[in-house]
Write a protein that binds this ligand. Sequence first.
Ligand code: ADP
Ligand code: MG
Length: 253
Amino acid sequence: MSESVLKITNVNKSFGGLKALNNINLNIEKGKVHAIIGPNGAGKSTLLNVCIGLLAPDTGTVEFNGKNIVGKQAHEINQMGLVRVFQTPEIFADLSLLENVMVPALAKRDGSFKFKIFRSLANEVDIMEEAISALDSIGMSDKLYQLAGSMSRGDKRRLELAVCLIQHPKLLLLDEPTAGMARHDTNQTIELLKKIKEGGMAKIIIEHDMHVVFSVADTISVLARGEIIATGTPDEIKGNPVVQEAYLGGSDE
Ligand code: ADP
Ligand code: MG
């Protein structure tokens, strides 16, 4: 049996009279890429926000490594190792790539001012080495001192990924990681998503581009009108008439 990283059980969420999530059950396994697809308005962002603690479900549980995280603050969930990759990179344009990647690791270790005083140089060297290794995993270790602001949009999105990787996520959530990318950048991102799997990290990817979904996903769940209408391997999903019906019926973005 595979190990479960995230287990969503009977999750419901309504906005007024609108049922945005209707009895969602999902199991995300260690080391796997789980894609969530569905037409516009299906509830994908709502589900993601419930997972990262930005929205509380009306009912149901979300267990991360066996612990119910419903009611926990977003930053606590993040510290537990559930890390979201933002669609719009939140990077510092005036800092180098290396500095950008070091920021979250420094922030984590410098919990209080007291510790800052005692922070040793060795500690920073460790963080720098980790940052270089994170940049190496996205193929950018030759651009350590380049300013982040000078990079292309696609490169900034990949830098954001390195900023997430240095936090050693157990589960990485990606909301449309290739949206607005040219084909070349999309293909590079696909290769990257396949490559990064340190420590058995699992990934949830919300994506509209079916080429991306079928290239990277081990499992696909289809969301339509707040319900999971199918979960299966890419081949199972491709051949599922209910899925085809939902896609033909609804308008995709
Ligand atoms: P998706 O990401 O799949 O496009 P969403 O999760 O954003 O779908 O939205 C699901 C449904 O919930 C939509 O009908 C949307 O209008 C509604 N919705 C989402 N967020 C809110 C909110 N904060 N208040 C009211 N309705 C919302
Ligand atoms: Mg959305």
